[in-house]
Design a protein around this ligand. Structure first.
Ligand SMILES: Nc1nc2c(ncn2[C@@H]2O[C@H](COP(=O)(O)OP(=O)(O)OP(=O)(O)O)[C@@H](O)[C@H]2O)c(=O)[nH]1
Ligand SMILES: [Mg+2]
Ligand SMILES: [Zn+2]
Length: 296
């Protein structure tokens, strides 16, 4: 039976790229299950399919995934490129930190990309963002599609990997991808002057091949992300700067809130952990605890 990968999904159709590069428009047959959980095929899934027409088919089975994000919905990626803009819209740290938790949960490599470098004259704002994420251990790249700054570094980081571009609407994900994929014309949109937000120009996840080997997915901008199914002890593991210090805390299961002998709190006081990142840790912790209370 032929095998391939889902590269796009639109209203019940799965576009499966075969091993030789042709794309088949497929329906899915029946219900797929893993470990008793019902499963909807995702972009990135490796599947088997029956050919039913010239370029049509039916997906008959889905292979186990090695990673899976629900927002944006995609399977089997190695790396998340977290895209945020400095201006139009202004940099917002909360949605970035939220997404990072989800990407860390899946064990993805992470790169922070700041776009629209050309709209900023004041270097200090870029340095501020750089500092926050360097302290967390993430690489940070500043880019501009107008001056070309940072594009080579992004290209290098994408080579040979399967990456997903994620970030709020209007930050410039599709624009950046158009620079990196010669011959591609992904649709891009303007940012509303009044709301300072993008207009959700990209409507679906699409996995695209790179010349350098590897693949990259454009995705729609996201707004809110919740922490369904997470336990309080899961959260620290999703902040690298907390994760690497947690083993030295006096108590096992330390949540790094008010426990004595907490190395994370110590690092925060020493200025080794960025206070904004810690503050978001606390915010997310409260959300997780509240969600748990609602569950019981
Ligand atoms: N000045 C400047 N504008 C940029 C840059 N990159 C993107 N833009 C502009 O930002 C706007 C939004 O870009 P898109 O690429 O559509 O943003 P997106 O992240 O794909 O948005 P969604 O598809 O809605 O999630 C467009 O008007 C782009 O021209 C940049 O480096 N500099
Ligand atoms: Mg887009
Ligand atoms: Zn602790």
């Amino acid at each position: 039976m032929p095998a391939g990968q889902i590269v796009k999904a639109i209203s019940g159709f799965y576009y499966v790229r075969s091993e030789t590069g042709e794309v088949f428009q497929c329906r899915a047959r029946g219900v797929f299950k893993f470990e008793k959980k019902k499963l909807t095929p995702l972009v990135g899934d490796f599947v088997e399919y029956d050919v039913t027409g010239l370029d049509e088919g039916v997906v008959t089975s889905v292979q186990p995934r090695y990673s899976e994000l629900t927002r944006p919905p995609i399977a089997n990626v190695d790396q998340a490129i977290v895209v945020c803009s400095l201006r139009e819209p202004h940099f917002q740290q909360m949605p970035v930190d939220r997404f990072l938790v989800h990407a860390e949960r899946e064990g993805l490599d992470i790169v922070i990309v700041m776009t629209k470098r050309d709209l900023i004259e004041d270097e200090s704002e870029i340095e501020r963002v750089r500092e926050i994420y360097h302290a967390a251990g993430y690489p940070v790249v500043a880019t501009s599609i107008h001056t070309g700054e940072g594009l080579d570094e992004v290209r290098e980081r994408l080579a040979g990997k399967v990456s997903v571009f994620a970030g709020q609407s209007g930050v410039g994900k599709s624009s950046l991808l158009n620079q990196l994929l010669p011959g591609r014309r992904l649709e891009t949109g303007s940012v509303s002057k009044k709301l300072g937000r993008g207009r959700h120009t990209t409507r679906q996840v699409e996995l695209l091949p790179l010349d350098s080997g590897g693949q990259v997915a454009d995705t729609p901008g996201f707004s809110q992300l919740a922490f369904q199914g997470m336990e309080p002890t899961d959260l620290g593991v999703c902040f690298p700067e907390i994760r690497e210090r947690a083993a030295a805390c006096r108590f096992r299961g330390c949540l790094h809130l008010n426990e004595p002998g907490c190395e994370v709190k110590e690092a925060l006081l020493n200025g080794e952990i960025h206070p904004d990142r810690y503050q978001h840790y606390e915010t997310f912790m409260n959300e997780i605890k509240e969600a748990l209370l609602r569950r019981y």
